[in-house]
Design a protein around this ligand. Sequence first.
Ligand code: ATP
Length: 201
Amino acid sequence: NPVVIGLTGGIGSGKSTVARMFGDLGVHWVDADIVAREVVEPGTPALAEIVGRFGDTILQDDGALDRAALRTIVFRDDSEREWLEGLLHPTIRDELARQLQPEDYHLPYVLLVSPLLLETDQHTLIRKAIVVDVPEETQIERTMARDSNDREQVERIIAAQIPRKHRMERADFVIHNDRPLDQVQAEVERLHQQLLDLTRS
Ligand code: ATP
């Protein structure tokens, strides 16, 4: 089975951008944000449990989970948030573990890309952690440009995430992403070689 390497970073740091560069080198990667949405799609056991607890009003007209309504409930009530996390975190973790074992795969490692890698039990899935790092001001500017969020919104999200210093302390490898993309690409290619050497038994 391929070794799992984690890839994380704060909002707007460039996780997806860097993951795509690894993808271009043939590395399989799984995005935890996407998996977190997949496990509550219509027809899933997790969505059935959520409806069982909160009722049909938690669904949109098309049968999909009304995320805004769910967010409102769990922001108001810590015990509901704990219940939801108790349901979703293990479900997400199991689905990540499944998708991180692709069939017919020829490289010795895969990537788990997740903003919550270090904050949740997802870190138990990985052997090493790569942190994509940029100064906070760059995070704010890039996220504002991408999502048309205002500065206060982005600053609030950054404040809710693990502090940059703590994230960096837990990094085995760092990709500095406050530079032109061709330089980042070169750094990714170097790190890819290093990871191949590290994980080829
Ligand atoms: P999130 O956690 O919010 O999903 P992310 O960490 O995946 O974000 P990206 O979406 O990859 O971050 O990057 C944020 C924005 O910054 C994107 O619009 C991306 O195109 C841009 N960006 C990423 N890296 C660079 C770079 N080196 N130079 C200029 N722009 C960049």
